[in-house]
Design a protein around this ligand. Structure first.
Ligand SMILES: [Zn+2]
Length: 495
């Protein structure tokens, strides 16, 4: 049974969709006025996995995520660059889609844009005005009357009177109550995008778009609404007020919120200037590094980005992909029949059996991707403990266990969107990246290894050891097997 922590109730609950076998989910999408940073991608990466996992459980999933393509930030950027607002929003919508594709993520089933949704939004607002939930100010601005909605604050657990104390009162405001928020904004300047409405030329406020679009694609009451924790108040609180204010029905069954990605313990934001653009990250590290890092913590816990964290993630990927490559290239010819019956073999065989059940149990427990990753590490340890022993000799059972590991990783990656790259390519790129960081090339490594071989042949072991240590300092480990030596990068030295 899948269990989900519901922000609305504050409890971990059994998941029961409204219609058997079907899940409708809506996740707040980006405001398209600039290139995305890696913090923006935490919900994108995580809710994609949620969608995959629901599909794995047999649900037919409808996944909707919007584009906010009308907003003050877009208008300001357009003014700065002396172009139209639509030029900005169209450009950054395309850039966002490119970032999603560079991470190998599936696009939503629907990705509506506010600008293509104006008639529905106007109709929504008109309904709220009609039933008294909203009112029109003298300048044509339409406000939602927060006090009219008695459940206001139920998602964020904020009391309306406490909010009142903190609210700024602007004497120029046309609001009846400082807590009221804008549903429709009158056009103030000719360069602001505007549409005709019963209240004059203007554009929708931010919150109303998500209510209108979610309801159109997912229904008046739907299963899952997701987004970052920073959206709980006011954005999602206001979505509930507008939607339930219109229909009188519960808007969403399960509200899911991902925690944020911090950078060296600080919030990542454009205004603080400590952002890491998604495309820069993918170029400098890899898409796998980003996705694996974002899934290495539980979605409700903060993740702190740091160079050390990146190294740990790369070291983990290196271990997993190396084990996979070893299994993929395990020789299949001339094998002794049966197995060896060793403890390591039995342990690995037992773990291969349990692995699919274990990671899916972790996912059933509120999408615990951190725990699921932990089982992958455990599996890799069992594979290495078995194959890397001196006593190990190839046999049919070993081939079967290697094949089982490869197909288990393939299955895992089909849900988690990680560990699905070609092993050889991934490891080669990773190796090159770390060699480069240590100012050494593959040719230099091979030359050093040749020199070391010569030293060993002339029984100059102190020189051979010195070369080995020199390479290790450059993050390269040499392993001897008989007369030959192999090498690999060491990302995090063993302590
Ligand atoms: Zn939204």
């Amino acid at each position: 049974m899948l269990r989900i922590t519901n922000t609305l109730t504050g409890e971990k609950e059994d998941f029961q969709p409204i219609h058997a076998g079907e899940v409708k989910m809506y996740v707040c999408g980006p405001t398209v006025y600039g290139l995305t940073h890696i913090g923006n991608f935490r919900p994108v990466v995580f809710f994609n996995v949620v969608r995959n996992y629901l599909e794995r459980k047999g649900y037919k999933v409808t996944y909707v995520s919007n584009f906010t393509d009308v907003d003050d930030k877009i208008i300001n950027k357009a003014r700065e660059q002396k172009v139209s607002a639509s030029e900005i929003s169209e450009k950054y919508t395309i850039e966002f889609i490119q970032d999603v594709e560079s991470l190998g993520l599936r696009r939503p089933d629907s990705a509506p844009k506010v600008t293509e949704f104006i008639p529905q939004i106007i109709e929504f607002i008109a309904g709220l005005v009609k039933n008294g939930s909203a009112y029109v100010a003298d300048n044509g601005e339409v406000f939602f009357s927060v006090r009219h909605f008695k459940d206001y604050g139920k998602l964020s657990k904020k009391k309306i009177d406490d909010l009142q104390v903190g609210a700024r009162v602007d004497p120029n405001e046309l609001k009846r109550d400082p807590l009221d928020f804008s549903l429709w904004k009158p056009q103030k300047a000719a360069d602001e995008p505007a549409w005709e409405s019963p209240w004059g030329m203007g554009r929708p406020g931010w919150h109303i778009e998500c209510s209108a679009m979610a309801m159109q694609y997912c229904g008046e009451t739907f299963d899952i609404h997701g987004g970052g924790m920073d959206l709980i108040h006011p954005h999602h609180e206001n979505e509930i007020a507008q939607s339930e204010g219109l229909t009188g029905k519960p808007f969403v069954r399960y509200w899911m919120h991902n925690n944020l990605l911090t950078m060296e313990s600080e919030k990542m934001s454009k205004s603080l200037g400590n952002i890491f653009l998604t495309r820069d990250f993918v170029k400098k590290y890899s898409a796998e590094t980003l996705k694996f890092m974002l899934l290495s913590g539980h979605y409700r816990s903060p993740i702190d980005f740091s160079e050390k964290h990146i190294k740990d993630v790369d070291a983990a990927l290196h271990r997993i992909y190396s084990a996979r490559l070893k299994c993929e290239t395990f020789p299949s010819e001339g094998l002794a029949p049966g197995g060896e019956g060793s403890t390591e073999e039995n342990k690995l065989a037992a773990f291969s059996q349990d692995f699919p059940k274990l990671w899916q149990e972790a996912m059933d427990d509120d999408f615990n991707t951190a725990k699921a990753s932990g089982y992958v590490f455990e599996y890799v340890r069992a594979v290495n403990a078995y194959l890397d022993r001196k006593k190990f000799k190839s046999n049919e059972k070993a081939l079967e266990l290697c094949q089982a590991f490869v197909s288990a990783m393939k299955d895992y990656s089909s849900v988690m969107n990680v560990l699905g790259e070609n092993s050889e390519t991934f490891l080669r790129d990773l190796r090159l990246r770390y060699l480069e960081a240590n100012a050494i090339t593959e040719e230099m490594v091979l030359e050093k290894i040749a020199q070391r071989r010569e030293a060993r042949q002339s029984r100059d072991f102190s020189r051979a050891d010195a070369i080995r240590d020199e390479l290790l300092e450059k993050g390269v480990e040499v392993r001897d097997a008989g007369d030959t030596s192999t090498w690999d990068i060491v990302i995090t030295p063993k302590s």
